[in-house]
Design a protein around this ligand. Structure first.
Ligand code: 5GP
Ligand code: ZN
Length: 121
């Protein structure tokens, strides 16, 4: 699968360890690391190791992987200092495309939480 890795993609390179990051979690298919410019007290990114450009590029075969990432998020959020549900919790954001605010074109879940007032509304 040559197209699983894109040497011009910064998140592919982070997943491979070619660019340093503050790692939160890693397994065969998933990598998670702290956002370099956090927007919340806890703010990390979860990515598939294989290069998927965005949510608009998902295919049916990616469903188990994405399901695993979603199921893993609450555990990692607690490990990183988010308070437990229901008084704590976290927010997951997946920016998709230019109008969705996506700047890095390798699919990533923003996981954000921690004590308010970081989040309005
Ligand atoms: P997007 O706008 O694409 O959803 O978000 C990209 C996120 O990646 C931003 O929050 C940005 O701070 C983060 N980011 C961009 N480059 C790097 C990097 O080299 N290392 C880390 N850890 N985060 C990055
Ligand atoms: Zn990539």
């Amino acid at each position: 699968h040559n197209h699983d890795y894109d040497s011009s993609c910064i998140f592919c390179r982070i997943a491979k360890g070619e660019i340093p990051s503050r790692k939160v979690y890693e397994d065969e298919e998933v990598f998670a690391f702290h956002d370099i410019n956090p927007a919340a007290p806890v703010h990390f990114l979860m990515i598939p190791k294989k290069h998927i450009a965005s949510m608009a590029h998902l295919s049916a075969e990616d469903s188990p992987l994405l399901g695993r990432m979603m199921a893993l998020a609450p555990r990692l959020a607690l490990e990183q200092g988010c308070n437990p549900y229901p008084d704590g919790g976290f927010r997951i954001v997946v920016n998709t495309g230019a109008e969705g605010g996506q700047e890095v074109h390798h699919l990533h879940l923003h996981v954000m939480g921690g004590a308010r007032p970081w989040l309005k509304g």
